[in-house]
Design a protein around this ligand. Sequence first.
Ligand SMILES: Nc1ncnc2c1ncn2[C@@H]1O[C@H](COP(=O)(O)OP(=O)(O)OP(=O)(O)O)[C@@H](O)[C@H]1O
Ligand SMILES: [Mg+2]
Length: 243
Amino acid sequence: MIEFKGLIKKFGNRTVLNGLDLIIREGEIVFILGTSGTGKSVLLKNIVGLMRPDEGEIWIDGEEVSRFSEDQYFSIRKKCGMVFQQPALFDSLTVFENIAFGLRRHFRLSEREVTDRVQLALKLVNIQGVEQKRPTQMSYGMQKRVSLARTIALQPKILLFDEPTTGLDPITTTVINHLIQDLSKQLKSTSIVVSHDMNCALSIADRIVVLDKGQIEAIGTPDELKKSQHPLVRDFLAEVLSL
Ligand SMILES: Nc1ncnc2c1ncn2[C@@H]1O[C@H](COP(=O)(O)OP(=O)(O)OP(=O)(O)O)[C@@H](O)[C@H]1O
Ligand SMILES: [Mg+2]
């Protein structure tokens, strides 16, 4: 479904992604773990075309997209929904309008259908009755959930989550993690989740990728990673295993 071949991304003389090769299969939930600044967000931004690689290829659903024009990328963004690390909502729009925005842009829907999809998305992230609020009137955690709702309302085939639960309370974190799992089943979507939450990765990921300095240091199923002797993997596991 998604394939990276020799992906290189540099900023000035700093190489952030350093020849990354990875294949993500249809319907998989892949977690990407790695220390801060190792290129996780940059990787997701390259998939949705917000950044372009310097070298290498990105294949999505059978198409090599890395050199697509902005117009060609429009169709990719419809398949590929990204939940950003920061909520990135439009402050001047209500919650309803924030979620409806992408729906109106990408689909021909009646107002009734738009309303239904907005309400369903809000229900899925476990918040209701906030349609007329503005993002600035809401807490960070609420804004994060609205930004999740905005993406899942589009029902994309590919879901990219950049730290969806960082900064949220444990109860909401559990809700969101189950939601990621449910969505991938219901929408049969392929998901990439950037996260620091090894616990969650072990419980819902099909495969876990550990990135370091723009390269894959370890990759495998949760069971395979639990047995890994790689020092970085052990570091990530230490927190979970000591619980
Ligand atoms: N637009 C940009 N211009 C220049 N450098 C950038 C840009 N975006 C990211 N970088 C650099 O690329 C590196 C990787 O950044 P990235 O945001 O992908 O890290 P990350 O793995 O997502 O970290 P975190 O866990 O803190 O979110 C960092 O050193 C960052 O400073
Ligand atoms: Mg990041």
